[in-house]
Design a protein around this ligand. Structure first.
Ligand code: SF4
Length: 108
């Protein structure tokens, strides 16, 4: 598929001479797996005791294609500031994963 990217190319922009030797954190969301159940949104609201109407982790959605070949696409937008993100553990399809330390890649 044209939008596929390999792992090495995906994490390469996170590294530069400025970040050499420093620990980096990241979050990966497999958009092909997301079913927009909103469990991550609810977990985030509960964990952060957010007041009504305030959402840090919105899951956006839109429709693509033309009738009769249409489908919904979903895009979770986590705040990504949690040390232990509750949105990761509640995802029923394992679409989300947090990376504590991205190992320094070797580019050759
Ligand atoms: S919990 Fe997982 S499947 Fe549900 S909306 Fe969030 S990312 Fe998508």
């Amino acid at each position: 598929m044209a939008n596929e990217i390999n792992r090495k190319d995906f994490i390469k922009p996170a590294y530069s001479a400025e970040t050499e030797g420093k620990v980096r954190y990241g979050m990966v969301i497999d958009l092909k797996k997301c079913i927009k159940c909103d469990a991550c949104t609810i977990a985030c609201i509960a964990e952060n005791h957010l007041p009504p109407g305030v959402v840090y982790n919105e899951v956006m959605e839109w429709e693509v294609g033309e009738y009769p070949n249409v489908r919904r696409e979903y895009l979770p937008r986590p705040y990504m500031q949690c040390e232990k993100p509750p949105c990761v553990s509640v995802c029923p399809v394992n679409a989300t994963s947090a990376i504590r330390k991205i190992p320094q890649p070797h580019f050759w």
